[in-house]
Design a protein around this ligand. Structure first.
Ligand code: FE2
Ligand code: FE2
Length: 373
């Protein structure tokens, strides 16, 4: 099951803001000529990015909407094209959006559909971590969409995002943060929130000062921003990537550095993390094959958080590991990761179990007291 099936004209790639949708939820593009009805049944919503000046397209949409009356639908039209708007209204039964709509409108429309569909992210009980995750939802969507359409990244949005992550992890603990963000429909959101959440908890565990924790969390949020330049057909490809595709994916640190360097006031340490988070201490990483001391402590911290998040992220369509197995996998990476740091990451990785252990010990002691009294 995917979130959105986006049906396109055969000779067009997604237009305007349509291309940001797959970064806000799990979506697939489908040219209209190869469309099969089963694909529509397997998607939670349908998105039409078809020219509405074509009669064939309009009757295709009408027929599809008749077959699937209850499925949420979005129809894109060009606001400057009167005929398209008239056609979109005449089709009915769908949310109509302009191709040049603001990021916020696209995001709110999707969010409303997810909410109406009963998406678990929007059903979490109203605790402080959930409230923070919800605030970060639209802030982070705005950051990602800006990167996709090559607009300046919203500085105040990034700041607010980081603040919310730090406060939620500090106040409610890393586990409640992970519980909430894992229910989100977007892989991009989920991964970035997990990495920055672990970075906040790890920074605190290491006793780092507030400013450094702040940089770490910013770096966690933005470390994979370069992936917006990699085609979805490659990023979401089921199964093995070929050599060329692999080479392209490995360029995301370089793309990330480019995107972040072009922003005013971007801290060099955040750019460095985006560029070097796939480097390993033994020189086997990429893009530069850096070794040992040439990899800064901040990069090493994010690399641990990044791999741990990727391994433990619960997605229905990929294998994921328990925290125990994920931590064992990190240990098995041997000389690639910083052993001392990895040791110190243990209480962050097993925070809930440590919490449970503490509670059990307290419980046993309390019972002992009760017996002796
Ligand atoms: Fe990455
Ligand atoms: Fe990552």
């Amino acid at each position: 099951m995917i979130d959105a099936l986006i049906i396109l004209d055969d000779d067009n790639s997604p237009r305007g803001m349509v291309k940001t949708i797959p970064y806000l939820c799990r979506a697939k593009f489908q040219p209209v000529s190869g469309f099969k009805i089963e694909q529509a049944s397997e998607a939670s919503m349908l998105v039409m990015d078809l020219s509405l000046n074509s009669e064939a397209n309009v009757s295709f949409i009408r027929k599809l909407f008749r077959i699937l009356p209850d499925k949420p639908k979005i129809v894109f039209a060009s606001r400057s094209d009167r005929q398209e708007i008239v056609q979109a209204c005449a089709i009915g039964g769908a949310t109509i959006l302009g191709r040049a709509e603001s990021k916020c409108v696209i995001n709110l429309s999707l969010r409303k559909i997810f909410r109406d569909l009963g998406n678990p992210f929007y059903r979490v009980e109203a605790n402080a971590a959930a409230a923070a995750a919800m605030r970060v939802d639209s802030l982070y969507a705005d950051i990602t969409q800006s990167a996709i359409v090559e607009a300046p990244l919203p500085e105040s949005g990034i700041l607010a995002c980081a603040r919310n992550v730090i406060d939620a992890v500090h106040g409610q603990g890393v586990d409640s943060w992970m519980d909430v963000v894992q229910k989100h429909h977007s892989h991009t959101y989920c991964h970035s929130m997990m990495v920055s959440g672990y970075a906040a908890a790890f920074g605190e565990e290491l006793g780092l000062d507030t400013e450094t924790i702040n940089i770490l969390v910013h770096a966690g949020l933005l470390h994979d921003i370069g992936k917006v330049r990699i085609p979805l057909s490659v990023l979401d490809k089921p199964g093995e990537l070929d050599e060329e595709e692999c080479g392209l994916v490995k360029r995301h640190p370089e793309f990330g550095r480019e995107i972040l360097s072009s922003q005013a006031n971007m801290d060099e340490r955040i750019i460095e993390v985006a560029y070097s988070h796939h480097e390993y201490l033994d020189g086997s990483g990429y893009p530069q094959g850096l070794r040992g001391d040439r990899i800064s402590p901040l990069v090493r911290i994010i690399t641990i958080c990044d791999i741990f998040a990727a391994l433990t992220e619960e997605r229905s369509y990929k294998q994921y590991y328990s925290r125990r197995v994920a931590y064992a996998i990190l240990l098995e990476m041997g000389a690639k990761l910083d052993r001392e740091l990895l040791k110190k990451f243990r209480p962050v990785a097993f925070r809930s179990e440590f919490g449970e252990l503490r509670r059990t010990v307290k419980d046993i002691n309390a019972r002992k007291l009760a017996v002796s009294a």
